[in-house]
Design a binder for this molecule. Structure first.
Ligand code: SAH
Length: 223
């Protein structure tokens, strides 16, 4: 499908998303709104769900995982307060949709996914879109980026029982970490800032994400 065809096909749905699901629900950051209109969610949604590409709900992307709903992607991005000097660590690449949004507002994105199949498919889509400022890693993101480094921003796109300690350690002083913290069934979207080595905490909303599995996430068997 050429990009012109898909623009024609989804332009109205994208406008509706902007009006009802984003600005209508309190997304005000002009940079975030612009990028949400620029990056086409249909590119990240499997063929079977194309017609629902702009419904404000999560959709399956394979391996039992989901692409987050547009409102939550926009909210998390807005809460990160990105600028083009920021290096961002993302845990849970999934479809790569959130990664693509981040890549347009930050200097560089480092993203970790535990399923090779999802990471490879996200790499293919971002490559096709000409996005070059992203580094991908396949492994347990709850342990942080494999090389020791600091990030100005960290986003966790799967539920964690608490903020994983290795991620708190890799957050730069003055940096912001956003992620859903709670039980495997329901979480609070926390926005935390690192001040003098300690995290301040704000709750943005209640939410429901798939589990982050791994050493500092949930056990596979845990409910
Ligand atoms: N941001 C994604 C949605 C991700 S869903 C999007 O826009 O499509 C959460 C993702 O986290 C899933 O792909 C899941 O496989 C991944 N995940 C779960 N545990 C993980 C871990 N320990 N390390 C890295 N990725 C993990």
């Amino acid at each position: 499908m050429s990009s012109r065809d898909s623009k024609d096909r989804f332009a109205e749905a994208r406008e509706r998303m902007l009006k009802w699901d984003l600005t209508g629900r309190g997304i005000t950051d002009p940079g975030v709104l612009k990028v949400m209109m620029e990056i086409r969610r249909e590119e990240f949604v499997p063929a079977a769900y194309q017609s629902q590409a702009y419904s404000d709900s999560p959709l399956p992307v394979g391996m039992g995982q989901t692409i987050s709903q547009p409102y939550i992607v926009a909210l998390m991005t807005q809460e990160l307060r990105l600028n083009n000097f920021c290096e961002v660590l993302e845990i849970g690449t999934g479809s790569g949709y959130q990664t693509a949004i981040l890549s347009k507002l930050a200097k560089k994105v480092y993203t970790i996914e535990r399923f090779a199949q999802l990471s490879e498919s996200a790499q293919a889509v971002l490559g096709r879109l000409g996005i070059g400022n992203v580094e991908f890693y396949i492994g347990d993101g709850s342990c942080g980026w494999p090389q020791q480094r600091y990030f100005e921003r960290i986003i966790i796109t799967a539920a964690v029982p608490k903020m994983p300690q290795p991620l708190v350690e890799q957050l730069a002083e003055g940096g912001v970490i956003v992620g859903p913290v709670g039980s495997s069934g329901v979480q609070e979207l926390l926005v935390c800032e690192k001040k003098k080595g300690k995290l301040t905490e704000k709750v943005a909303c209640d939410c429901r994400f798939v589990k982050l599995l791994g050493k500092y996430g949930f056990d596979e068997a845990e409910d």
